[in-house]
Write a protein of this length. Structure first.
Length: 244
């Protein structure tokens, strides 16, 4: 021992590791032709989930994660309801002095399912030394775990060498609990942008936090490395005021 002792441990930082999942070019090169746009080949526009930050809090120390979709979901279920306990009244009933926007759950839910497949990476000997070729779809799940806070970096407080105070050291990543980390979920991109007429919600762009997550591993290598998985995701929608 060096004279320092562990005083307190706290799990309060985003996990490290993979921050974005990428795929083999062979499975991404799916041409897509749209009516009236002949002469140009548009690759399939894929959706993604990305960490959200409050406006004005986008320092370089913030760690964000992007979960790219290999295949877009075949069905997307969106529901909206009124939560009587939130007591959100229409704007015309509010006082003129009340210009705030309630930063609470918006009474809506978003549900969809994703499929990840790492067959190309797991069967290509040139990719055996890559993360995807070694861990299969766990590379995608790792990003998802970081996105929802299950992977967390543990900060350990040690007794300082002087009376100036304790010092914090990196205690490594731990498997924690899922947290209410706000995320943006975007499914596609329209041919034109009408931001003055359609708000983000009408462009299949949603904001909220993941409140339910289900993962089914469906295919394995001889080392029991998962090569394919299906992911069911449920998101509690929130007001996006003050977030980017």
């Amino acid at each position: 021992m060096t004279g320092k002792k562990r005083v307190e441990g706290a799990v309060n930082l985003p996990g490290k590791g993979i921050w974005e999942n990428n795929f083999d070019p062979r499975i991404r090169s799916i041409p897509s032709y749209l009516p009236g746009e002949t002469g140009s080949s548009f690759g399939l526009m894929r959706g993604y989930m990305v960490t959200a930050f409050p406006k004005g809090n986008q320092s370089k120390n913030n760690r964000f994660y992007i979960l790219n979709f290999l295949y877009n979901p075949s069905t997307i279920n969106v529901g909206h309801s009124i939560d009587a306990s939130n007591q959100i009244m229409p704007r015309y009933t509010a006082s003129d002095e009340d210009s705030g926007v309630p930063l609470i759950a918006a009474g809506g839910t978003l549900n969809f399912a994703l499929l990840f497949d790492r067959t190309y990476e797991m069967s290509d000997s040139t990719k055996f030394s890559t993360i995807e070729g070694t861990y299969g779809v766990m590379a995608d799940i790792h990003v998802l775990y970081n996105l929802v806070g299950i992977n967390s970096a543990q900060r350990v407080w040690n007794e300082g060498p002087t009376e100036a105070g304790d010092v914090a050291t990196d205690g490594g990543d731990v498997i924690g609990v899922m947290q209410m980390n706000p995320v943006w979920c975007r499914f596609g991109q329209a041919r034109h942008s009408f931001k003055d007429r359609l708000p983000g919600l009408s462009r299949m762009e949603y904001f909220g936090y993941v409140n339910n997550l289900g993962i089914t591993y469906t295919h394995f290598s001889q080392r029991m490395t998962p090569m394919r998985c299906a992911v069911d995701i449920s998101i509690q929608l929130m007001s996006s005021a003050g977030w980017v």
